[in-house]
Design a protein around this ligand. Sequence first.
Ligand code: HEC
Ligand code: HEC
Ligand code: HEC
Ligand code: HEC
Length: 445
Amino acid sequence: MKNYTNIILAGIVVVLAAALIGVLAYAKNQTSTERATQPLVEIAPMEPDSAKWGVNFPNQYDTLMKTKTNNIDTTYAGSSQFSWLERDPRQVILFAGYPFSKDYNDDRGHANALEDVRATKRLNLDDTNPKHTPATCYSCKSTDNPGLWDRLGMEAYDKMTFNEMTPNINNSIGCSNCHEAGTMRLIATNPALKEALAAQGKDWETFTRQEMRTVVCANCHVEYYFKGDGKYLTFPWEKGTDIDSMLAYYEEEGFKDWEYPDTGTPMLKAQHPEYEFFTAGSTHYNAGVSCADCHMPYVREGAAKYSSHDVHSPLLNPEQACGQCHTDTESVIRRVNTIQEQVATTKISTEDAIIDAVTAIKAAVANGKADPALLDQARKLHRESQFIWDIVSAENSTGFHNPEYALKILADATNRARQAQMLAAQSIGDTSLLATGSYYATPAP
Ligand code: HEC
Ligand code: HEC
Ligand code: HEC
Ligand code: HEC
């Protein structure tokens, strides 16, 4: 009998211990998201006013608002709006014939997105001009969008002009761009993201919380284009999100952003492909690190622990951004400096090669007797080399998000540009066009 009692007691102890472990594990797994969802005020679905959400979540709101006044620069990025065209005048040549050759500034914090899109000289607000700016340009700038997409549908939204849409857009980026009211979970809010994932047979609703801490940024920090006359916002991901797949997609669509003056090349402009670049097998991505790990680290304020919504360059707060995983932050920051310097230097060599290709193709076209097949091949390589270069250039980390990939694709871009130059020289049998360094010979316009 005593034996039985012991066994029963032992059994009870085991069951209790298991239950306790379960409770502890459950408590540990409870994300701060879940703990934070006892609303003080009810937030309407897709509420565009972040201040209303801020009543329930003042820390997240206050930190988001800090992005309004951030203005500290780092070596290659930061939060002021310095001009890329002044820093790197080669880009004036590379984007000739396209609005990016007129105005191209570095990005600022989320709370400035609306002000900045309205101020850029790239806008064409003459609605009678066929090249007028479409409403689509507002897609990544405002908390008003989720509600508008829900009411109008994205197709009707994108068919409007920028001017027509302006009265509907009153708030910069905020809560409703990333969260579902009520549950506060991270969600895909941009229909173009949902469609691009669906085209690859993926459904964001099945993603883990850690995956969403990256995918939520892909609502905006991606490569995209405006498809067809309806300017339908589209991510070129049908074949995959790596550079070769995106190039193959654009090839099949026969899409061009503009035609390069005097070479006749159908050009592509890369946007801000942080998501595609980071997820193309980077060390951090492969290790399961998310965008939010570095850009929205947890901070403590008294008893409260929350994700900083003051999103900016992690080089400004490496102890918080990197220190959670790297004990020696000074040495990893030195490594970042080396990576960025190497990528920035390599990028300039690629730009020189593309400018040499442009110079040679222009001469071949002006000659009038070029072999058309060779010239066409040269244009194709010019288009490809610039797009590949631009993935690294328009991506905002100066290679850090995926250092090996940056150097690999820059080498590929340089190679294609040099081939384009050779074919152009061959097309008119002029070996003087094989000379390098034409950028230095003809200063920027
Ligand atoms: C391992 C940490 C890490 C991860 C993960 C990470 N970043 Fe970054 N990010 C950086 C660093 C470092 C820089 C370089 C900042 C600089 O040069 O000042 C940067 C730069 C940027 C910039 C430009 C910042 C500026 O000041 O203009 C943007 C935008 C950005 N990242 C977005 C993203 C997105 C979106 C993701 C996920 C797809 C991501 N990052 C993932 C560390 C990270
Ligand atoms: C709704 C669209 C949208 C979403 C979602 C979004 N961003 Fe941004 N982000 C932007 C825009 C637009 C800018 C540039 C704003 C400007 O220049 O005025 C920007 C700027 C930035 C910058 C530069 C800030 C600075 O001070 O220079 C960083 C870093 C950044 N985003 C990281 C992220 C990360 C990480 C995520 C995901 C957690 C994310 N963003 C989600 C649209 C978005
Ligand atoms: C650019 C995207 C983005 C925007 C804008 C944004 N959040 Fe977040 N938010 C996140 C991410 C990423 C997390 C981390 C979620 C996780 O780990 O599950 C987060 C976490 C949270 C959490 C959970 C607690 C915590 O701090 O980790 C709350 C609450 C929250 N956000 C409230 C807000 C409020 C309120 C706003 C508007 C004032 C807002 N967020 C705007 C991306 C965003
Ligand atoms: C959530 C954890 C995490 C965070 C946050 C994080 N890292 Fe890392 N980092 C890793 C892991 C894991 C590796 C891979 C380690 C390995 O393979 O030895 C790594 C590797 C690196 C490497 C070497 C890999 C290479 O490609 O050269 C550098 C440099 C680095 N991290 C810099 C940073 C910087 C800078 C930050 C902050 C902006 C940062 N990391 C934030 C987890 C993190």
